[in-house]
Design a protein around this ligand. Structure first.
Ligand code: BV8
Ligand code: ZN
Length: 254
């Protein structure tokens, strides 16, 4: 990555008040949460591509297997800590550096909240929650593995499913509407650690740019967004975000 681009990105951020940060699985990569894609591979578990396991159709076809898949994921995530990227975003939010900083994530691992970020717009839900298929009640889901698969609703007796948005399912309407509203009013859309392939989340930078915002991307690899980005910083979130968002980083990069 060319140092000048980092300085350019910092100059863009220095002169803005309204930033929308969109994160994907790559922001948790340095916490050892496996990404879904990247390096030309796609996550497979028990011989099945993740998009098949994390799908509305699999909830209908084999809910116990969906619970096994999410218990496996929760087991991996339970051992992970927020990394420097999560902390840099949380610190920036707390510092009040920007009049309006909106954090939107595609991740379900909860690491932004554990790093201290608040008002996180979690587009795809929360792996630590379950939702009843019958009465829609949401429960915290901390026991690992689930006591029984699928767990049963204490209220109505129907089965619970992970409270996450699976492929083929609608995103939570209020969260999505708020994310689009903020995308339309931000001056900079900072896109970190996402292959920008999953919709409707991947529309957010496009909406921001159409409304006049600049797009800054952080990713070790080029993505579907790169050609559209004003600046695309080739590097890791845990290394670049602290430099990009640090308060005292207003000085020129040496
Ligand atoms: C919807 C929760 C419509 C679950 C996720 C056919 C049938 C049905 C729908 C579709 C279809 N074809 C297309 C669609 C639409 C589909 C879609 O977009 N598919 C894509 C694959 C083409 N979208 C949907 O289904 C959405 N719903 O459209 O509903 C509808 C309308 C009416 C009625 C009903 C329905 C729902 C999408 C949400 C799915 N759920 N997550 C789970 O986690 O198991 S999405 C899943 O992908 C994860 O959340 C993940 O975060 C997300 C996006 O991926 P990324 O975050 O970008 O992660 P990825 O691994 O891809 O990339 C990581 C990046 O990090 C890489 O670029 C890598 O280079 C980079 N990186 C690596 N290390 C680092 C790094 N970056 C920085 N630093 C590092 N150190
Ligand atoms: Zn119920």
């Amino acid at each position: 990555m060319i140092v000048g681009e980092l300085q350019q990105a910092r100059d863009i951020l220095r002169t803005t008040q309204r930033v929308l940060i969109l994160t994907g699985a790559g922001v948790s990569a340095e916490s050892n949460v496996p990404t879904f894609r990247g390096g030309g591979t796609s996550l497979v578990w028990r011989g099945m591509p993740f998009e098949q396991l994390s799908s509305a159709q699999m909830v209908e076809a084999n809910l116990p297997l969906v619970w096994e898949w999410f218990d496996y994921r929760r087991g991996v995530i339970a051992a992970c800590e927020p990394n420097a990227a999560h902390h840099a975003i949380a610190k920036c939010q707390q510092s009040g550096n920007f009049a309006d900083l909106t954090l939107v994530t595609q991740n379900i691992d909860g690491l932004h909240r554990r790093a201290g970020s608040t008002e996180v717009l979690e587009l795809h839900g929360d792996i630590w929650q379950a939702r009843c298929r019958g009465c829609e009640t949401v429960f915290e889901m901390r026991d690992l593995p689930a006591a029984q698969r699928p767990p049963v609703c204490a209220g109505c007796g129907d089965f619970l499913r992970p409270n996450v948005v699976l492929f083929g399912e609608m995103l939570p309407v209020r969260v999505l509407e708020k994310a689009f509203e903020r995308a339309e009013s931000c001056d900079v859309c900072l896109v970190v650690g996402t292959s920008s392939l999953v919709y409707p989340a991947a529309m957010l930078p496009e909406v921001a740019q159409a409304a006049g915002a600049k797009i800054v991307e952080i990713n070790p690899e080029p993505t579907a967004l790169t050609t559209r980005a004003d600046i695309s910083l080739r590097g890791k979130a845990g290394e670049l975000l602290p430099q990009l968002l640090a308060e005292d980083a207003r000085a020129e990069i040496s």
